[in-house]
Design a binder for this molecule. Sequence first.
Ligand SMILES: [Zn+2]
Length: 184
Amino acid sequence: MITPKVSTERKLVKIDKNGTKHWQVDACPKCGGTGVYWSRTDDMTCWRCGGTGYSPYIVKEYTPEHADVLAKKQRERGLKKNKERLPQEIKYRGFKDENSSIFIVAGNTYPIKKQLSEAGARFHSWYGWYFSDAKDAKDWDTTEIKFSDIYTINEYFTVVAKEGAGEIIEKAKQKTNSYKEVGA
Ligand SMILES: [Zn+2]
């Protein structure tokens, strides 16, 4: 155990208008004020304080009331961010918006994936091949799935899959009544 060169004590330097206590510690937090940093390399001089042990930092201590205010602000920022990202999240799932549909291609799509791609279909790890446009889908054996059939938007503005969505998608993918195997 090396004795710190610099005091590790907290000193109260300020109480601001929110009642937040600003504590200052002079000792470098990386080396605990010793100036020596135990690393695997040969250089044991603490890079943060340059070996002086002195690298002051502030620790803030919030009142419970102000901590609540900050937490609320942080939640609001998170919600705002989610809300802004929502249209992108919906598009990422193949839908134009929350009132639109996708058209999942039925049957064994593997042999026709090139044709599907050329026709404007896209592949999704969950839906398989699907169209986002009704007019592109009309010549193919598809099932229309509304956004609201499989997804919901929760109170945090996040898209979540509905219960039973997997079943709906599987049913759409496995519908084989009109698709004929190539060469059959
Ligand atoms: Zn240091």
